[in-house]
Ligand binder design. Structure first.
Ligand code: ATP
Ligand code: MG
Length: 569
C-alpha cells in the first residue's frame, strides 16, 4: 500500500464528544467516521484490524470444534414471543414491520434464532454436542451510545451457542470457550482478567466476563490482592458481618432536624455510623422496594434485582414513598405495611443490635431498633456492594478495585431457551430431554477499541503486532533524491515479497510530517531510507512500542532481520 493512495483521512481537530483515547485516536488517524449517533463506518485501516481480530477468533473457535454459520440479521417476532423475550427485551431492541405488517427485530443477539435452527434438525443425542458461531452485526438501541465503538448501536459480535446432552457436557463446552477466549485475548496482545459475572435470574456460577483493564472502562471489578479471585462488582459476594453481642434496649424515637444523610444523623446523635442503617428505595414492576444496609455500606442494585426477581429497578419517586407511608431521608423498616412495600435487608444488618434508622416521619429517627423484634423483612440477602479493602470471599485477603472493558462474556444458559422453545432430543433411553445450552459473545469492534485504550501514548496508537493494520512502514526521507528513493522502493518490494504487510510513505511531505503520521497510526515498525542510509550503509528500523532503534547493515539480510524483529513483538 502507498500512503499517497491510502484512504485514511486524518483530522487535526477531534470532535469534543470523543472523550476517551481510543475514540479520539481512531477518528484522528482516519480509521473510522461517524455516520449517525452510535454508528460508524469503518475505513480501510480499521477494517484490516477487525479482520485480523476476526481471524484470530475463527482460528481459536475452530480449534475447539465450533463451526461457523451465518444467520439472518432480521428476525421474526414469533421466535422472540416463543422465548418470552419480545416483551422483556424492551427499548434496546430495534423493531420493524415488513410490507405485510409482519413484525421483526434487528438481532440484538441470536439465542432464539439459533435454537430455532437447531431444534428443527437435531433429534438424537448422537448429534450432540454442537457449537455454532457467527461473526455478524448486532443492533442494540443503547440508552447512551458513547465512546465510539465501545458502546455503539450497530456493532460486530462473534456469538457462539453450544448445545449439549447434559450439564456435564455444558461444563466441558463452557471450559472450552473459556479457554478459547483466553487464547484469543492473549493473541490480541491484551491485558485482561476473566471475572465472575452476574448471571442474572439464571443463577449459579454460570458466567465469566473477560475484562480488559483500562481506566476508561465502564465496568467496575474487584480482584483479590492475594489469590486468583476476580469478580464483577455487581456479582462479588460478601460474607455476613456479626456485630458484637449486645443486650437489646428499648426502642426510642428521637428528633433529628435537618439530618438528610445517615452521616448527618450519626454526627448529630454522636453515634458510630456502623450502628446505623441506610435505606435505598427503588421502584419496580412488583412495586416499591426498600433496601437496608449498614450505614457505611452501599446497596448493590443487581443483587436486589436478583433477590426480588424483578427485571430492573429505578430510583423511587417521592409520591410512591408517601403512598407507602414513608419519606426520603427518614426511611426505616419499622411499622411499614408489607402489602405496600417489599422490604429487603442485607444479611449483615440482621446481625446488628440497637440500630439507628429512619422513623418514616420527616425529622425523626429511631434508636435501638432490633431486627426480628422490631421488623421482619420480606427478604434477607447479600445486597451489599463490595468496597476496596473488603475481604476476598475465597481467601480473606483485602480486595482491590479496578475498571475494565467487557470484551467478551461466556454464559451457561442451561435449559432456559430449550425449555421455552421446546428444543429437545432423544437420549440413549429414547427419553425426550431439553438440550443444555451455553452462549458466548465477543465484541469485535470493542476489542479493537480496547486494544487502543491499552496501547497508546501522546503521539498516537501503538498496535499490538498481531492486530496492527500493517506491520511495517517504509519512509523515504526525500522522494526527490532519486537514488535513495529508488532504494526505499526496492526495500518496500523486498519486504512485500517476503510476505510482510508493508506500506510506503511515498508522499512529497517533509520527514517530520511522515514520522508524525506514522506514530499516530501506530505501525509496529518504521524503516527509514534516505541519502544517509546509502552513505553509512545502515538501515534505521524503529520499534514503535519501545522506541528502540536498530541499525541493520544494508549489505546483510535485513529482510530476515526485520521479519525476526516483527516476530518478537
Ligand atoms: P454491556 O454490559 O457492555 O452492555 P452486554 O453484557 O449487554 O454488554 P453481551 O450481550 O454479553 O453484552 O454481548 C457480548 C459482547 O458484545 C460484549 O462482551 C461486548 O464486548 C459486546 N457488546 C455488547 N454491547 C455492545 C455495544 N453496544 N457496542 C459494542 N460492543 C458491544
Ligand atoms: Mg455481557
Amino acid at each position: 500500500m502507498r500512503v499517497s493512495k491510502m484512504y485514511a483521512p486524518t483530522l487535526r481537530e477531534v470532535p469534543s464528544e470523543a472523550e476517551i483515547p481510543s475514540h479520539q485516536l481512531l477518528l484522528r488517524a482516519g480509521f473510522m467516521r461517524k455516520s449517525t449517533n452510535g454508528m460508524y463506518t469503518l475505513l480501510p485501516l480499521a477494517w484490516r484490524v477487525i479482520k485480523k481480530i476476526e481471524n484470530i477468533i475463527r482460528e481459536e473457535m475452530d480449534r475447539k470444534g465450533a463451526q461457523e454459520i451465518m444467520m439472518p440479521i432480521l428476525q421474526p417476532a414469533e421466535i422472540w414471543q416463543e422465548s418470552g423475550r419480545w416483551g422483556a427485551y424492551g427499548a434496546e431492541m430495534i423493531r420493524l414491520k415488513d410490507r405485510h405488517g409482519h413484525e421483526y427485530c434487528l438481532g440484538p443477539t441470536h439465542e432464539e434464532m439459533v435454537t430455532t435452527v437447531v431444534k428443527s434438525d437435531v433429534r438424537s443425542y448422537r448429534q450432540l454436542p454442537l457449537n455454532l458461531y457467527q461473526i455478524q452485526d448486532k443492533f442494540r438501541d443503547e440508552r447512551r451510545p458513547r465512546f465510539g465503538l465501545m458502546r455503539s448501536r450497530d456493532f460486530i459480535m462473534k456469538d457462539a451457542y453450544s448445545f449439549d446432552r447434559d450439564e456435564a457436557g455444558l461444563d466441558k463446552s463452557y471450559e472450552d470457550m473459556y479457554d478459547a477466549y483466553s487464547r484469543i485475548f492473549d493473541r490480541c496482545g491484551l491485558i485482561y482478567r476473566p471475572v465472575e459475572a452476574d448471571s442474572g435470574a439464571i443463577g449459579g456460577n454460570g458466567s465469566h466476563e473477560f475484562m480488559v483493564l483500562a481506566d476508561s472502562g465502564e465496568a467496575e471489578i474487584v480482584y483479590c490482592s492475594a489469590c486468583e479471585y476476580a469478580a464483577d462488582i455487581e456479582k462479588a459476594e460478601l460474607h455476613v458481618i456479626e456485630a458484637p453481642a449486645e443486650e437489646a434496649k428499648a426502642m426510642e424515637k428521637v428528633l433529628t432536624p435537618n439530618c438528610k444523610t445517615i452521616e448527618d444523623v450519626c454526627a448529630y446523635l454522636k453515634l458510630p455510623v456502623e450502628k446505623s442503617m441506610k435505606a435505598v428505595a427503588f421502584q419496580s414492576e412488583k412495586g416499591l422496594i426498600l433496601c437496608f444496609v449498614r450505614g457505611d455500606h452501599e446497596v448493590n442494585e443487581i443483587k436486589v434485582v436478583n433477590t426480588v426477581g424483578v427485571t430492573e429497578v429505578e430510583m423511587a419517586e417521592p409520591e410512591l414513598l408517601a403512598q407507602a407511608g414513608t419519606v426520603g431521608g427518614y426511611m426505616g423498616p419499622v411499622g411499614l405495611d408489607p402489602k405496600k412495600v417489599i422490604i429487603v435487608v442485607d444479611q449483615s444488618v440482621m446481625k446488628m443490635h440497637n440500630i439507628c434508622c429512619g422513623a418514616n416521619e420527616e425529622g425523626y429517627h429511631f434508636l435501638n431498633v432490633n431486627p426480628g423484634r422490631d421488623f421482619t423483612p420480606a427478604y434477607v440477602a447479600d445486597i451489599r456492594l463490595m468496597a476496596e479493602g473488603d475481604p476476598c470471599p475465597h481467601c480473606g485477603a483485602p480486595v482491590k478495585k479496578a475498571r475494565g472493558i467487557e470484551v467478551g462474556q461466556v454464559f451457561k444458559l442451561f435449559t432456559k431457551y430449550s425449555q421455552a422453545m421446546k428444543a429437545t432430543f432423544l437420549d440413549e433411553n429414547g427419553k425426550e430431554q431439553p438440550m443444555v445450552m451455553g452462549c458466548y459473545g465477543i465484541g469485535v469492534g470493542r476489542t479493537m477499541a480496547a486494544a487502543v485504550e491499552q496501547n497508546n501514548d501522546k503521539d498516537g496508537m501503538i498496535w499490538p503486532a498481531a492486530i496492527a493494520p500493517y506491520q511495517v512502514l517504509v519512509v523515504p526521507v526525500n522522494v526527490k533524491d532519486a537514488e535513495s528513493n529508488a532504494k526505499a522502493e526496492a526495500i518496500y518490494n523486498e519486504l512485500l515479497d517476503a510476505g510482510l504487510e508493508v506500506v510506503i510513505d511515498d508522499r512529497k511531505e517533509r520527514p517530520g510530517v511522515k514520522f508524525k503520521d506514522a506514530d499516530l497510526i501506530g505501525y509496529p515498525l518504521r524503516v527509514v531510507v534516505g541519502p544517509k542510509t546509502l552513505q553509512t550503509g545502515e538501515l534505521e528500523v524503529k520499534i514503535r512500542k519501545s522506541g528502540e532503534v536498530k541499525m541493520l547493515p544494508l549489505n546483510g539480510d535485513y529482510v530476515a532481520a526485520i521479519k525476526e524483529i516483527m516476530q518478537e513483538l
